[in-house]
Design a protein around this ligand. Structure first.
Ligand code: GLY
Length: 568
């Protein structure tokens, strides 16, 4: 649904690329803000493809959505290339996740007594991984872009130079963040020098960022890693004890990987492989649900007789599945360039059939008993784009927390990520999202930290059926899972599917279910009686969803965010 029409900025791309090539007739987008929505539409109308639109939107969000849109962070892009001959070649994945600097080491965030130093991996100069976003967008454009790189960066430059009107959520998040970082860094932070003017309804300009984007537009993506921007970034790191060096930047590479693909209900679920845990986890959840569907149906029938709501039964059922998935995540998942991640085994029917054997339909499985299975083996942002040729981009990228580490690269005007916190700083110690990890995700030089980001495409009969993703840290996985189920199994409309209440359990904290928005009182009482602790999570995702079913295209942005979506 198109919530708002943006007049400001319309025509930027058309002016820069010259002529109006052809009107797309069956394209759609679901974007996290009005500016990225406006630019995406213009690029597609100007004859650009989904990747062109993703590049333009990716840079615009680095300006207009500074809490998560970024050039100082990293992310993942799942692509569907409609023209490729066979189904496998249509599905692609670009990993532009940050990497640990070469100087990083396993106990980086531990003190001499082996205790985690509070906030060191989250705030300040040592919290950042080597950024991947510019390389990712550059490599996607090099392979699939059809409009000039320079033209695609023009809207972002314009918004940085001339300003954009600040939304209420952005202004509120900036105030919250400024308070949150106070006294958490041993070194002074320059966040307020750059972002204290984010005031609701006012024009916000970023002249240094405009200059950076102009350099990248003129010299290409490599500029960020080798040019003046790289020099400024390293200078910022050297101001205190930041770890990123010129050598780190020069050797950074994004990677084309094979996406994780799971067969489910006559479809392919195409999603993020390691170093994300997302694709594996979503496919595990969908397949385990399918395996237990008869048991679930029976429990629902019995529940009805006893006057127990469907929501209670399903919430408990999802929690049981999610417990097992997050146990596997903590043990097996990490950077595939550093270790063997048994992806195929983890999503195999054989393994999952064993994994569901201990699921209890009417009581909570004891947390301590849920270990990884054995084989015989808040802030991120997401956008979804489908062009008229059937190509799709599902892209999630992040600084990790809103506004990342609080460090702005002086002279270059962009925020650095605090992605190092996604490593396991110490076995068993939870990160900011409450998830734990072990050896698979320990810190090592040039390693990528484990992620939950899950840009996903559902394909059916060789075409895109769904493009979906969301921010939300460890809740990303369960939000994408529930959105897919809402549309394809519960028969909800696209808008209903993204707005529906979501519930989340991640093994730890023990027996805790978080939810958003409000659950009915009876549901909460029944779940509490079962032994769950319920926690309202004020921020649980911002799903951007496109669905094509029976030839009908629809798109929806989550009511929890400030997104804009449209079919045109
Ligand atoms: N930084 C959140 C994630 O990658 O999962």
């Amino acid at each position: 649904m198109l919530k708002k029409r943006v007049v400001w900025g319309l025509g930027i791309v058309l002016l820069l690329t010259g002529s109006f090539v052809s009107a797309a007739k069956s394209a759609a987008y679901a974007m996290p803000d009005e500016y990225s929505a406006s630019v995406t539409k213009q690029v597609l109308l100007a004859g650009g493809n989904a990747v062109d639109a993703a590049v333009a939107a990716g840079f615009v969000l680095a300006v207009t959505y500074p809490e998560a849109g970024n050039i100082g962070g990293g992310g993942f892009m799942t692509l569907f290339h409609a023209k490729a001959k066979n189904t496998a070649d249509k599905m692609l994945f670009l990993d532009y996740r940050e990497k640990a600097p070469k100087a990083a080491f396993k106990s980086l965030y531990l003190d001499k007594d082996n205790n985690v130093i509070p906030y060191r991996s989250l705030v300040g100069y040592q919290a950042s991984g080597v950024p991947g976003t510019v390389m990712g967008l550059w490599m996607a454009h090099q392979r699939f872009g059809s409009l000039p790189w320079k033209a695609l960066l023009a809207p972002a430059i314009q918004y940085a130079q001339s300003g954009f009107v600040v939304s209420k959520p952005l202004a509120q998040t900036a105030v919250w963040y400024q308070k949150w970082i106070a006294n958490k860094s041993k070194d002074p932070l320059n966040f307020a020098d750059y972002f204290s003017d984010l005031k609701e309804g006012e024009l916000f300009k970023q002249p240094e960022l405009a200059k950076t984007l102009k350099r990248i537009a003129k010299e290409g993506g490599e500029e960020f890693y080798r040019g003046e921007t790289a020099r400024l970034l390293v200078k910022e790191m050297q101001r205190y004890d930041g770890l990123i060096t010129l050598n780190d930047l020069q050797s950074y590479q994004a990677v084309w990987r094979t996406p994780v693909v799971g067969e489910w209900q006559g479809r392919q679920i195409v999603s993020a492989p390691p170093p994300s845990s997302g694709g594996v986890a979503i496919i595990q959840l969908l397949k385990m649900k399918a395996l237990l569907q008869p048991k679930l149906d029976h429990a629902l029938e019995e529940g009805k007789k006893q006057g127990l709501s469907e929501q209670v039964i399903k919430t408990h059922f999802y929690a049981e599945l999610e417990k097992r998935v997050y146990a596997d995540r903590a043990f097996y998942l990490g950077d595939p360039d550093f270790m063997d991640v048994p992806v195929e085994a983890l999503i195999s029917d054989e393994y999952l059939a064993k994994r569901v054997q201990t699921v209890l339909m009417d009581e909570i499985s004891e947390t301590k008993q849920i270990r990884y299975g054995k084989f015989e083996s808040p802030e991120t942002t997401h956008f979804s784009i489908l062009d008229a040729q059937g190509n799709a981009v599902s892209n999630t990228y992040t600084l990790n927390m809103p506004f990342g580490s609080g460090v702005v690269v002086t002279g270059a005007g962009f925020l650095m990520n605090n992605e190092m916190d996604d490593f396991s700083t110490k076995p068993g110690v939870a990160n900011i999202f409450g998830v734990v990890g072990g050896k698979a995700n320990e810190i090592a030089p040039e390693k990528r930290m484990l992620s939950s980001m899950s840009p996903t495409i559902v394909a059916k009969d060789g075409e895109v059926e769904m493009v979906v993703g969301t921010p939300g840290g460890s809740t990303i996985i369960t939000s994408v899972f529930q959105t897919i189920v809402n549309v394809l199994e519960e028969g909800m409309s696209t808008q209903q599917a993204v707005d529906a209440t979501r519930v989340h359990h991640q093994l730890l904290p023990k027996d805790q279910i978080s939810y958003n928005p409000e659950l009915p009182l009876e549901t909460k009482e029944a779940l509490t009686l079962m032994g769950y602790q319920l926690k309202k999570n004020n921020y649980m995702g911002d799903v951007q969803l496109i669905v094509r079913q029976n030839g009908d295209l629809s798109a929806a942005s989550d009511k929890r965010g400030r997104g804009v979506s449209e079919v045109f």
